[in-house]
Structure formats: structure tokens, C-alpha cells
Design a protein around this ligand. Sequence first.
Ligand code: NAD
Length: 295
Amino acid sequence: MSKIGFIGLGNMGLPMAINLVKAGHEVHAFDLVPAAVEAAKSAGMTTYDKAANAVSDADIIVTMLPNGKIVLSVFDEIIPAAKAGAVIIDSSTIDVSSAKKAHEMAEAANLGCLDAPVSGGVGGAENGTLTFMVGGSDDSFAKSEEVLNVMGRRLVHCGPGGAGQSAKICNNMLLGISMIGACEAFSLAEKLGLDQKALFDVVSTSSGSCWSVNTYCPVPGVGPQSPADNDYNPGFAAALMLKDLNLSQQAASESGMATPMGEHAAALYQAMVDDDGANTDFSGMINFLKTMKRD
Ligand code: NAD
């Protein structure tokens, strides 16, 4: 069993850390929010008043934080405190440049490092069924596999440092675009008087099929159960989709790649969020589109 330092006990981090406790690992935890620290203590973790103190004895350190700036400031604090041979796994979703910088910081201190963002949401965190997209060395991956397998069901080692974040934002850019496409197709069908179930039956078995239609249809009552069947409660909130689309646009800009559809998807999710849609599931885009006027 490993000693694990865990920094960031929010909606995702707390249930992930609880699964580590349940698997018999010793979890040393820290968060800035006292209520999160209390919850961690009640779940059997040892809690600390500083991130550096939570990591000093750990073989593996997991960070699950809001953004790249915070991740780098936490890395700044924990790296000098970490013990030799430890591996830091950052599972936050952050920009690719910050992820690469985090690797450089860890490597300069002879520590292992993985960028290992997740998909699967809060449900996946609670059930230990997350998918981890991992960037970093083979050695760090091998040392972390057992711990990652407790929190997730599928690990994909995508390549060197930064590859995990790159995979995550490319996937989510495609998801944002495909969801808007699905919403447009079902909305147009409705205007044309086409039955929504008929369109689902055609698209889900034809060349337009995709996860946004087949598994997560934005129309209620026509496909497998999805947030559309629960009044568009998330699920995956539009604000989180917007965060990932903006990260994709930051990476596109920094690498000089034109991604016009990704750019347009980011603008549409920004408009939906500005229209009080931040906490609506991202498939609620279908209702936002219906409020838009055609020129
Ligand atoms: P959250 O806001 O619920 O949790 C973040 C936690 O980090 C909070 O408890 C906060 O107090 C803590 N924190 C912030 N600064 C800190 C610091 N300096 N030191 C210690 N703790 C600090 O967010 P979340 O939903 O748990 O998401 C975490 C990460 O996972 C984000 O990067 C998010 O994009 C990503 N993610 C979230 C989901 C989801 O469905 N919620 C899905 C996939 C990926």
C-alpha cells in the first residue's frame, strides 16, 4: 500500500481520494476549504494545514485543482517538500504549456511527474471508473499505474509530458463541436416536421452517428437515458465545456493551428454561459440554439 499526498478535495478530488482510502492506501490530504478538509478527515484521511506537509512522506502525490496557474503555484510549494523518488500526478484539466512547465519543475528536482487529466465526471470519480489520459515517462507511469487503476477503469499512456492534456482538449474540442452539430440537426428536423425518434433511429445507425447522438442525445425520450431526460441537469456543465474549449483555443493559438470549428464552438458555449446557462448540461445547447435568430 502506498502513502499518497492528495491536494484539491473538490467535486472530483474528494471522491477520488475516498476511493484510495477504500483500497487501503494511506491518504494525506489538503485543501484550502475547511469543509473539504473536514469531509476528508471523516472519510479516514490524515489532513494537514499546508500542502507541503501533506506530501512530505508520500510516494505518490495527486493534485486535482481548478487551473494551470494554481497547479504551478502548488507545484512550487510541494516540490521542495516531496521525498526523493516520489511521483506527482496532476489530474486537473489545465493548459498544455502549464502542464509542460509542471513536468520541467518536477524533473529539475529529480521527481517523477505525470499529467493525467480525466474524463468521466463526478460519477466516474465516485465509482472509480474514470478514464485517465496520461503524459510522462514510462518509469513514472509504471510507478503510478496501481494508484491510477484504483481511481479509474481505463488508462491511456498518450506520450511524453503534456500528451495527456493534449489528448483531453482535442477530445473535448471534438465533443463540443459534435454536440452542437447534433443539436442543430435535431432542431432543424423538428422545424421540418420530422419525428425526433425517427431522426435518432436514422442517425444513430448511419454516417452521422457519434457519441453526442448515440449515447448522450440532446433530445429527451429518444435515446439512452441522458441529461436531456433530466431537465438538462449536468452531467457535464456548459461552464466546464467552455473551460475545455478555451484551453483548446489557447493551445491552437500557441501552436499556430487553425481550428475554426473549435473557435466557433467556444463562442457558442460562451454565449450559452452568458445567457445563464453555466450550470446547465452542455447538451442544453439545443435549447439555447432555439433562442437564436437566423439572419
Ligand atoms: P472544484 O472546484 O470542485 O475543486 C477544486 C478544489 O481545489 C477546491 O476544493 C478548491 O478549494 C481546491 N483548491 C484551489 N486552490 C487550491 C490550493 N492552492 N491548494 C489546495 N487546494 C486548492 O473542481 P472539480 O470539479 O473537482 O475539478 C477539478 C479539476 O478536474 C478541474 O481542473 C476540472 O476542470 C477537472 N475536471 C472536472 C470534471 C467535473 O465533472 N467536475 C470532469 C473532468 C475534469
